[in-house]
Design a protein around this ligand. Structure first.
Ligand code: GLC
Length: 750
């Protein structure tokens, strides 16, 4: 019998050695090893689910569950400790259970959705918020989170853009690294850290037609140049796990795709951690038409290197028999089981299977003041001021009318926050009243019209308000708006309109709210819209008629307080768009880092037909990547270079002087873009390569310098290698991706 150190012994060596793990593996039966590769829903351990009927037919039997290697969806210190204790008592080799969950933008203290986090252009905050989320999750008994989502996104029709940090590989890479470091810390066995899981590998953010789970058609070059960098950044930061994605790529479903998982993920990116399937994705290989049956699905997934089968039961049902029939090599089982044991070992679970689960700590840490303050700061910094013609900030003590379904709505925590408690979330009304401001509030209309019903993971919308009642609400709001100096209209998407399986062909604010918006704008010309959204929306009409538009995304637990902080000018808006807002849905996918084409269309220059443009809309998005206003304004001098050429081992310093030409202290995010004018493969017209946030008082000016080194010039060349090529480059420094503030330099042959 394999005897392991007694976890109660003081001062013993944390972590088992490789030899001890190998010895343990050798002692395990084939069934035990295969059961480690199965992940089941928490309901089987809490009694909410029973392994019978169709579930049992899927191979999820009581016996398999009793030895499942991991569980998804169970949390709470008392509950997880009890389950772990029962589990360990039954386990033949006392191998602890792994508890996993989607802790995407917070556990109980909910931070802004990841797309909003990207708008802060401050990865440091992502690391801090991930650390806070890890602490709350860890004391609640969790060991692994299915985050960060590192999918690059360009298509606002796809509702999961809310989980990404946007359309830029460089920005996404910085956030992926920061989030993994925040979740995992330096060592997983240290207190209050949890393992991170980079997902969804790979290219899930580019589904054809923006339809979730749909086929992804990416050239290998585009996949490697734009989509892989953020996954790589998360893996290089030490992510313990990677999750497969639902779609096909190169005609083969990711979960069974040996090229993607063995050649790219394991070999090229050097990932040697645990690879978990997405929910049911192993079995879905049959629906894809890639496998004829569950037996084949098991074989192709395990040969692709998928270590854990999330909730399909295929592994538990098929693998033992296939090994005994020599259809699947037991080496593959050993490989997978060993990686799972190594993850448990890295977490220190063999020494302490309860890790940080602690009821008293839960009370102390969850929703603590420090986390809430961080959530409020992050929300403020994620807001993007899209328009402001003298309406904001509101004068303190001014009488403002607040209208809209978000005035009294607490649910602004985003689609992946089912562990968040909305009863801890203040409403805009409460936040404004807490400031002692004089204001009037009315809802004006329901969030959704009678034509819309939404379903989340654990809830669905039931709001049914009669047309008469709706008319009464609107009329009351119109009357209030008539008498108001300024109106703040808090409108936008329902939180369940973004997230998984929420693809939308019309990316607009619900029509019932647009009706309210039109009627309010008819009677008041000082309307500031506070816009809630999980994705870029088509907001042409709002941008045209409102005097101010503040995009607040889904701001999280402290969203209302942060909104009041910005509306009343305690803080200046600083956010910048991490994803382009399209002119209309017909323009999607639209992104700043596009290729020029052979017939580039320049809005003001080209009048002829034969250019890459539209007959009916502009090429430019309504609001571009990197765009965001302040309550002050900044002047940026022309770009100066300390030299005009460099060799690979040298650098060029590019500088500008920034002046705060307004009346308020504000923060500008200066962005540096590079354009490689001619190369062995076409290069984007601009690529974000650096940025810095600078805060200036009114009248203050400061010189800001960036270093251009060879790494900023490297790209995937025709040789399929990341390298630079000599030639001419443009460097741009400005306040968003449309800047034409440029200089030219040359990279010379060495
Ligand atoms: C979902 C999502 C994935 C999530 C998993 C577990 O289908 O695609 O992002 O981590 O299931 O909830």
């Amino acid at each position: 019998m394999y005897e392991r150190n007694d976890p109660d012994k003081e001062g013993m060596e944390i972590n088992m050695t490789k030899q001890e793990l190998s010895a343990l593996l050798r002692e395990m039966s084939l069934e035990e090893k295969v059961n480690q590769m199965m992940q089941v829903a928490g309901g089987f351990f809490t009694g909410d689910l029973v392994a019978m009927g169709p579930i049992r037919d899927k191979g999820i039997t009581e016996e398999a569950i009793s030895q499942a290697g991991s569980v998804i969806g169970v949390y709470g210190a008392e509950k997880t400790r009890r389950i772990q204790q029962d589990y360990m008592e039954k386990h033949p080799h006392k191998i602890p259970l792994l508890f996993m969950l989607d802790v995407i933008n917070g556990f109980k203290t909910i931070f802004p959705i990841p797309l909003a986090q990207g708008a802060a252009f401050e990865p440091e905050l992502a690391e801090k918020s991930a650390r806070a989320a890890a602490k709350e999750a860890a004391v609640s008994g969790l060991h692994v989170t299915f985050a960060p989502m590192c999918d690059l996104v360009r298509d606002a029709r796809w509702g999961r853009v809310m989980e990404s940090t946007g359309e830029d590989p460089y920005l996404n890479s910085l956030y992926a690294e920061a989030m993994v470091k925040g979740f995992q810390g330096k060592d997983l066995k240290e207190k209050y850290h949890i393992a991170a899981c980079v997902k969804h590998f790979a290219g899930y953010g580019a589904p054809t037609a923006g339809r979730d789970y749909n086929t992804v058609e990416l050239s290998q070059h585009t996949l490697k140049e734009f989509y892989l960098p953020a996954y790589k950044a998360g893996i290089d930061a030490g992510a313990a796990m990677v999750m497969t994605s639902f779609h096909t790529i190169n005609g083969i479903p990711a979960t069974g795709n040996r090229w993607l998982m063995r050649d790219i993920l394991r070999k090229e990116l050097g990932f040697d951690g645990v690879l978990i399937s997405d929910w049911g994705a192993v079995e879905e290989l049959i629906c894809h038409g890639y496998c004829a049956n569950r037996r084949e699905a098991a074989a192709r997934s395990v040969k692709a290197g998928v270590d854990i089968d999330m909730m399909s039961g295929v592994y538990a049902e098929q693998l033992c028999e296939m090994v005994r029939e020599n259809v699947v090599s037991e080496t593959l089982i050993d490989e997978a089981a060993c990686r799972i044991l190594e993850l448990k070992n890295r977490l220190g679970l063999f020494e302490n299977p309860y890790k940080d689960a602690d009821e008293s700590k839960e009370k102390e840490v969850i929703l603590c003041w420090e986390h809430r303050e961080l959530a409020r700061e992050y929300a403020r910094k994620s807001f993007v001021l899209l328009k402001n013609e003298g309406v904001l900030p509101l004068a303190k003590g001014s009488r403002t009318v607040y209208i809209g379904p978000y005035v009294d709505n607490r649910n602004m925590i985003g689609a992946w926050s089912f562990t968040g408690d909305t009863d801890c979330v203040a409403t805009i009304r409460e936040a404004v009243e807490e400031r002692g401001e004089e204001a009037v509030f009315c809802q004006g209309c329901p969030m959704l019209g009678p034509d819309m019903h939404l379903e989340g993971f654990t809830e669905k919308t039931e709001e049914e308000i009669s047309r008469e009642e709706c008319e009464r609400m609107m009329e009351e709001a119109v009357q209030q708006a008539k008498r108001a100096g300024k109106v703040v209209l808090a409108i936008g998407e329902h939180r369940l309109q973004s997230g998984e399986a929420t693809s939308s062909a019309y990316i607009q604010v619900p029509q019932i709210q647009m009706e309210l918006f039109r009627r309010i704008c008819e009677v008041n010309d000082q309307v500031a819209v506070v816009l809630f959204a999980g994705r870029p929306l088509d907001i042409r009409e709002i941008a045209e008629k409102a005097k101010a538009v503040l995009l607040v995304w889904m701001p999280g637990t402290e969203g209302a307080g942060a909104i009041a902080d910005i509306l009343y000018g305690d803080f200046c808006p600083t956010g910048k768009l991490p994803m382009s807002f399209p002119y209309c849905v017909g323009q999607v996918p639209v992104h700043y880092n596009e290729y020029a084409t052979g017939r580039p269309y320049r809005e003001k220059e080209d009048r002829g037909r034969f250019h890459s443009g539209y007959l009916d809309i502009p090429n430019a998005p309504l609001y571009p990547f990197g765009y965001g206003l302040s309550y002050t304004r900044f002047e940026i001098s022309p770009v100066e270079l300390d030299r005009n050429s460099m060799r690979r081992d040298e650098k060029i310093t590019a500088s500008v002087t920034v002046k705060n030409a307004g009346q308020r202290t504000g923060t500008e995010t200066l962005q540096l873009y590079i354009h490689d004018i001619a190369a062995s493969v076409v290069r984007p017209v601009k690529e974000l390569k650096d940025f810095c946030k600078i805060t200036l008082r009114p009248g203050e000016e400061r010189k800001v310098s960036f270093s251009i080194t060879e790494d900023k010039l490297c790209f995937l060349t025709e040789n399929d290698r990341w390298e630079s090529e000599p030639g001419e480059f443009e460097v741009f420094i400005g306040s968003d991706s449309t800047t034409e503030n440029r200089a030219v330099f040359t990279l010379t042959e060495d």
